[in-house]
Design a protein around this ligand. Structure first.
Ligand SMILES: C[S@@+](CC[C@H](N)C(=O)[O-])C[C@H]1O[C@@H](n2cnc3c(N)ncnc32)[C@H](O)[C@@H]1O
Length: 207
């Protein structure tokens, strides 16, 4: 990684993703997590204050060292044990059938090979395990989509490889998950090209 991606992007993410308007969605997506949880793209730990007491432990997967450092204050007050256990969602260092739940928030936009990461999440979830996500992606409206396709190259360059046009529910289904619960909407207070959110729960098919 270069200086910008290494030293600047994690700070930008900490500020942009740390805006209070994301908090209701973090609270919702974390509410039903339980047992051993793997969080891919842990970032600066912005979900930590929303972990419910039904979580036994969090295995955090995050490539950015600075993101992990920026999480220190939140981790110090965490009621749930959190360990940085991996660096790359595309290749998880865990045995099959290890976790009760998985968490991904604003991360499937950024992981270069998101299909590989979802295959890995599927592999490490126990039978009956669930993936909980809130992600931005391709908007439902054509006019917004046109802007997303125009702006995506800039977004990728300034925001650590973040894509605007990934169709998250379709990607999740194609990776072998069935959607149990899904809400799609525009996040208020955010430009529509960035704020087309999908919030849901999904489970591997046939596990
Ligand atoms: C937009 S940030 C979201 C961070 C955090 N999930 C949140 O909600 O604030 C995307 C995160 O994905 C991480 N990321 C990028 N590539 C990754 C990969 N291959 N595996 C896991 N995480 C990755 C980035 O370092 C960054 O922390």
């Amino acid at each position: 990684m270069g200086f910008y991606d290494d030293r600047i992007v994690p700070r930008l993410v900490n500020i942009a993703c740390g805006m209070s308007l994301t908090e209701p969605f973090r609270k919702r997506v974390c509410a039903d997590l339980r047992g051993r949880v793997v969080e891919i793209g842990f970032g600066s730990g912005l979900n930590v204050p929303f972990y419910p007491s039904t979580i036994e432990s969090i295995s955090a997967v995050e490539p950015a060292d600075l993101g992990w450092k920026l999480a220190a204050k939140r981790l110090a007050t965490s009621t749930v044990p959190v360990e940085r256990s991996g660096l790359d969602g595309e290749s998880l260092p865990f045995d099959d059938n290890t976790f009760d739940s998985a968490l991904s928030t604003w991360t499937m936009c950024t992981i270069p090979d998101v299909d590989a990461a979802l295959r890995e999440v599927r592999r490490v979830l126990k039978p009956g395990g669930t993936l909980h996500f809130v992600e931005h992606g391709l908007a439902p409206h054509e006019k917004v989509r046109r802007w997303q396709y125009r702006l995506e190259p800039i977004q990728k360059a300034v925001a650590g490889g973040c894509h605007l046009t990934r169709e998250i529910p379709a990607i999740v289904r194609a990776a072998g998950f069935e959607i149990q619960d899904l809400d799609t909407f525009y996040e208020e207070g955010t430009p529509k090209f960035l704020g087309a959110l999908s919030l849901g729960v999904t489970a591997p098919v046939e596990k």
